[in-house]
Design a protein around this ligand. Structure first.
Ligand code: ZN
Ligand code: ZN
Length: 363
């Protein structure tokens, strides 16, 4: 069985042929990690249509041993200016049309690359690796599954330990949740954990503060785990004590919108249609203005990646994409509810990779 990264480079070669390029100079580190397994902080990769033997991986001396271990299947070059070194090498590798990641290169870096490539012309080739990353392979789905399971386990632990209680601060709870994710095997949080209590829960991307949790508060927790380079993303909104009528009504509305959005996830569905299906539930309830963001986003090696599930998104879903569905309704000064899961798009209905109950939890 070939390594996933070998299959990914083969898939990229098909895109290069279609774009009539002889090679692609990959300089985006996340894309390099995807195509090679390398996890260091400086590298460049030349992927040649003729195969791996014609390509080259380059990093600097700090990563000599790490590269030998992580990228044993490619010929390696050790050079501080990795991208420039490979641009200079392209001419010697019989590259006539060299693509570069024009969506990941600064103007200054581009000028330096043009100079280094000499007689070999550079062609803009944005988004090629991102197009491959849209659909996750088995190894990626397995890593995402683990990242989601860690988030589920950390929240279950937090609740079981009484970690959501009046008197604690938002910051205490965020740190507690992040520590529990690490104990379950996360290398870190997938992004800055959001804990928003009371009126703060009405701020969609509230940063945890010293605000103290009080009985009767809605508490919104938006968090995820980073596992093997993959991110999970989940939001649950709980109540400290018995829910007030308006809190339950709000939670029911968001839960219905979220279920509608999940049900609309299908191969071939337009991303705008998925957003519209969930949004209609909230608009029909007269709360359209209070749902001020898109329905969801792709998630994988980055916490936010294509496809965007929103009114301004483009394209269709395909089996193997992993996306979030996260409607929210926010009542300024009172509180807000968001419910979010990370889901795998597949035939016959999506699989929710995050598994924590979506029922309203009264702590
Ligand atoms: Zn989130
Ligand atoms: Zn999200």
């Amino acid at each position: 069985v070939p390594e996933p990264s070998t299959a990914r480079r083969d898939a990229l070669r098909a895109l290069l042929r279609a774009a009539e390029l002889d090679a692609l100079l990959v300089t985006d580190l996340v894309n390099i990690g995807y195509l090679t397994g390398f996890t260091g902080s400086n590298a460049a990769l030349l992927v040649h249509v003729d195969g791996d033997a014609a390509g080259r991986f380059c990093t600097d001396g700090r990563y000599r041993a790490q590269a030998a271990e992580e990228v044993p299947d490619l010929e390696r070059l050790i050079e501080r200016g990795s991208a420039l070194a490979l641009a200079g090498l392209a001419g010697q590798c019989s590259v006539r049309r060299l693509g570069f990641e024009s969506d990941a290169v600064t103007v200054e870096a581009h000028l330096a690359l043009v100079e280094a490539a000499g007689a070999v012309p550079l062609h803009r080739a944005p988004g090629l690796v991102h197009r491959l990353r849209l659909v996750k392979d088995d190894a990626e789905v397995a890593a995402l599954r683990r990242a989601c399971a860690v988030a589920d386990a950390a929240l279950a632990d937090l609740l079981a330990a009484g970690g959501l209680a009046p008197g604690r601060t938002e910051r205490d709870v965020a740190l507690d949740l992040e520590t529990r994710m690490r104990r379950h095997g996360a290398t870190g949080p997938a992004f800055e954990t959001i804990v928003a209590a009371g009126a703060n829960s009405a701020v969609p991307h509230h940063r945890p503060t010293g605000a103290v949790l009080r009985r009767g508060d809605l508490v919104k927790l938006d968090f995820g785990a980073l596992v093997e380079g993959y991110h999970s993303d989940m939001t649950r909104t709980v109540v400290l004590g018995p829910a007030a009528g308006w809190q339950r009504t709000l939670h029911d509305l968001v839960a219905l919108a979220q279920a509608t959005g999940r049900a609309a996830l299908a191969p071939g569905a337009e991303v705008t249609a998925v957003d519209a299906a969930a949004r209609a539930v909230i608009v029909d309830a007269g709360r359209g203005e209070e749902f001020p963001h898109g329905l969801g986003h792709g998630v994988g090696l980055q916490i936010h990646e294509a496809p965007l599930l929103g009114p301004t998104g483009t394209g269709e879903l395909a089996a193997g994409m992993t996306v979030t569905v996260e409607p929210g309704v926010y009542l300024p000064g009172r509180g807000g509810v968001r419910i979010e899961d990370t889901l795998l798009v597949r035939e016959g209905g999506p699989e929710s990779l995050t598994r924590t109950t979506r029922e309203l939890v009264e702590v």
